[in-house]
Design a protein around this ligand. Structure first.
Ligand code: C2O
Ligand code: CU
Length: 454
């Protein structure tokens, strides 16, 4: 049977596993493309161990067996190619969170690709249209695979280089282990129905409260990535001139305060600051419960940098707010059982009384026309915060009934309890796209849907 890549791509509508035979998958996998001069990676997904506490040995799943995973560096407008080999005992996929790329490279099983089966290799190839701080993670058996470590940072450099003296990437993840090193379950039902099951041990780039040296009088960019399954980090810093200059890879018109910023699961924030000139000074970046990172000033530039470099805007289309169609959605708690009699705690509805989403395969919750503008009005009718993420698109967060802000661009928006937000975007990327809460237990228990763009 011959089906070429193009046909596969055009036909990359929602497919049940049954409709894809192995030969199609193999034909797709075996396509070789022109060798690319740079930005090529090979990742082996496998089981491994890590020593988070001395004399402990935590079993993990890891890209190349390493914790933290490799920071993938790509460039805006330039092809990147990542060959992923699955050495796990179960299927996997890799999702490139924040990248507006074709759906068949988005790493969601069945809507875009067949899962990468044990022993198989799948090559992801795409051209990042936007620069900024992104990340990558498994989108298969996600509570386990992400919880056990299949998360990594991705940095897409701006087309025209932006010259900071320091560019530091910090990936936050908590681990469900105790001081003894003993693991406890990644998901506990009673907690999954509330805020999600939190990991007790805070890590940044795989270790507890790492320290970074920064030179005096320099321009610093620190990229924060919340790669945790469950926790939202409430940021604090002792560095008085640090500001948030970008959210979800998109530069802000007006920088925000770091203190009090809620970094939702899946969310990225870039902090910019000019290092003070007193050598030896130390600063902390914290959450309410832990020090996420320390910075120490060392000898550096004699002359003070006076201004941070500007970050260029990404080429995101402006939605037409006058003619945009409104789609209402609600996030609800629901104790109904699914078809298998398993409890479904969470529900993403577009109409009252709509059947709850199936846990393994989400419902279609919206049918959008390619090229048209939409406003999603999302209401959180629950007592818990939900960071809601949309694949393949960047939206403009317009307003909230709870807080004041200037609109900004993002791919994930946090809805606190009883909050209602409006986001607007142009549906410019064809496919069936995941729309879900990024608290991974909430996603698998019902806060998930598919948005069709065609
Ligand atoms: Cu990082 Cu489906 O998401
Ligand atoms: Cu949630």
């Amino acid at each position: 049977m011959s089906i070429n890549r193009r046909q596969f791509v055009q036909g990359s509508v929602v497919m049940g596993l049954g409709s894809l035979s192995g030969c199609i998958a193999h034909d797709f996998l075996n396509k070789t493309s022109e060798p690319l001069p740079e930005h090529q990676y090979k990742l082996v997904v496998k089981e491994s161990h890590t020593q988070i506490f001395p004399n402990t040995n935590t079993p993990i799943m890891a890209y190349d067996g390493s914790n933290p995973a490799l920071v993938i560096r790509a460039a805006q407008g330039r092809p990147v190619r990542i060959e992923v080999t699955n050495q796990l005992q179960e299927p996997t996929t890799v999702h490139w969170h924040g990248l507006r790329i074709p759906v068949y490279m988005d790493g969601v099983p069945y809507t875009g690709q067949v899962p990468i089966l044990p022993g198989e290799t799948f090559t992801y190839e795409f051209i990042p249209p936007d620069a900024g701080t992104m990340w990558y993670h498994s989108h298969f058996n996600s509570v386990t695979q992400m919880g056990m470590g299949l998360v990594g940072a991705m940095v897409v450099d701006e087309e025209k280089p932006v010259a900071f003296d320091h560019d530091i990437t910090l990936l936050f993840k908590n681990w469900n282990i105790k001081k003894s090193g003993q693991s406890y379950p990644l998901s506990i039902k009673r907690l999954a129905a509330r805020k999600g099951t939190p990991g007790l041990l805070y890590t940044t780039n795989g270790v507890q409260s790492p320290s970074y040296e920064i030179t005096a009088n320099s321009a610093v960019r620190v990229r924060l990535i919340n790669a945790d399954n469950t926790l939202l980090y409430r940021l604090r810093t002792t560095l008085s001139n640090a500001k948030i200059i970008a959210v979800d890879a998109n530069p802000l018109n007006k920088p925000l305060d770091v203190n009090g910023f809620l970094l939702g699961t899946g969310v990225r924030a870039d902090i910019g600051f000019i290092t003070p000139n007193e050598v030896g000074q130390e600063f902390e970046l914290k959450d309410d419960k832990a020090v996420l990172a320390r910075f120490k000033v060392i000898e550096g530039n004699a002359k003070r940098v006076t201004k941070l470099p500007d970050l260029p805007a990404n080429p995101v289309k402006e939605p037409d707010l006058v003619n945009a169609k409104l789609v209402n959605m609600t996030l609800e708690w629901d104790a109904a059982d699914d078809d298998n009699g398993d409890p479904l705690f969470w529900n993403l509805k577009t109409k009252a009384g709509q059947r709850p989403a199936n846990c393994t395969y989400p419902n279609q919750i919206a049918d959008l026309m390619l090229g048209k503008s939409y406003i999603f009005s999302i209401r959180n009718n629950t007592q818990y915060p939900h960071p809601v993420h949309f694949h393949g698109h960047t939206f403009r967060v317009l307003k909230s009934n709870k807080k004041e802000f200037d609109f900004y661009l993002a791919d994930t928006v946090v809805l606190e309890k009883n909050e209602q937000v409006e986001v607007a975007f142009v549906a410019d990327n064809p496919g069936h796209w995941m729309f879900h809460c990024h608290i991974i237990e909430h996603m698998v228990m019902g806060l998930v849907g598919l948005v069709k763009v065609a």
